[in-house]
Design a binder for this molecule. Sequence first.
Ligand code: HEM
Length: 433
Amino acid sequence: MLPPGPRFAPLQTYRYVTRPADYLAELRVRYGDVVLMPSLNGPVAIVFTPELAKTVFSTPPDHYDPFGTDAIGPLVGAASLFTTSGAAHRRGRKLLSPPFNGARMRAYGGAIQDVAAGVLSKVHAGDDIRVLDLTTEISVEIILRTVFGVADERSVTRGRQLLTGVLDSLSPALFFTKRLQTPLFPPYRRFRRAFRAYNDFVADTLVDRRRGDGAGEDVLSLLLGARDEEGNGLADAEIQSHLLTLLVAGHETTSIVLAWAIHELMSHPDALAALREEVAGLGPDPSPEALTNLPYIDAVVKETQRRRTIVTDVIRKLVKPLEIGGFRIPPGLGVAVGVVAIHNDPDLFPEPHQFRPERFLNGGHGPSEHMPFGGGHRRCIGAAFSDYESRIVLATLMPSLDLEPRGPVEVPVRRNVTMGPKFGVRAWVAAKR
Ligand code: HEM
């Protein structure tokens, strides 16, 4: 038996794309904890409780393929983690994960602190700012260093322009509908133009790197050094696909979470004061490592990820049947976890629309209640890194800036797979300490 749900895929897709949080909450109220949602990419069974989420994430990987690859595949390339499954997916994760965890990740602490301090030095009392521009500048530079290993001013500037060009030219329409990926559609032409310029940058970086010693700790060095059992290296197209995946997945997500966190902190003076007191307790010039071990900042990041869920749901495509919540979902259908609905469930998070970092102090909520990074065999490989970066950046910026909200009230809008602040969090710098 299939779960209940609404009809007419174009309308449901439109509602899901434009207002996912309200739409998913409404589906749950109308149809229950498992709902069959028709979409232009095919029907998806979506679940809304932590227990059912646990079932989705603990089901063996060979039950699943990635979802929506027809549309995403041509944008990110054939080797991407977004489009591969089985052995190729496992191999890709093994290659790409190490720099985003453990000692390799911590080696970037000083660089993250320097990049944040550099951006802070350009902000002055009396400025009107768009916080998302600042956090984007920080996250792009950090991605360029960790993924491409570029640190010289000229390459960072060129890389930043080209990356931002590609990411800005992606539009939700291209991500969700393959049919629009045609030169007749102007956004697709813009994307192709930006993508060609970005590919030239990657090709130049590959040539430079092959000429040099290539022994850095960045992802590109790892990809260039990777060999299969026969001793063959990766093809350039494969390297480009991995790099683009990391950029699409890693840059916009962290910059949006940071912008939302700053938005919440400037609207909640008690939370800002608690954060400042915690950082001040470390004395002058705290090490990046010390900044990442502060429980209140950690709680601010977690509560922002909950309150402003930026990836509203995570989806897989079934290749074997799945029994879930009393239903049997056949192969070929999608199965999804409605993360944003769980994050806003008042039984789990009382008064869910309030920003309360305290929820996450002293243990807080487990991984099937708080899941901004998804779960199971496709859980975000940048989760630890993103949290690490967010804590250092907030601890560097927020003790120094007194900000006041400017412009219209912020609301989340879709940017590709993510939801971000519509106006980019506009603020006035009342004082700089
Ligand atoms: C706040 C920041 C971030 C959020 C909220 C986020 C969220 C997510 C989510 C929800 C998924 C899908 C997980 C699933 O299907 O279960 C994902 C996948 C992924 N993320 Fe992140 N992410 C963030 C930052 C990053 C960073 C910094 C990187 C790397 C530089 C990254 C790289 C990836 C990759 C490569 C995947 C695909 C994993 C796979 O399919 O195996 N993400 N992310």
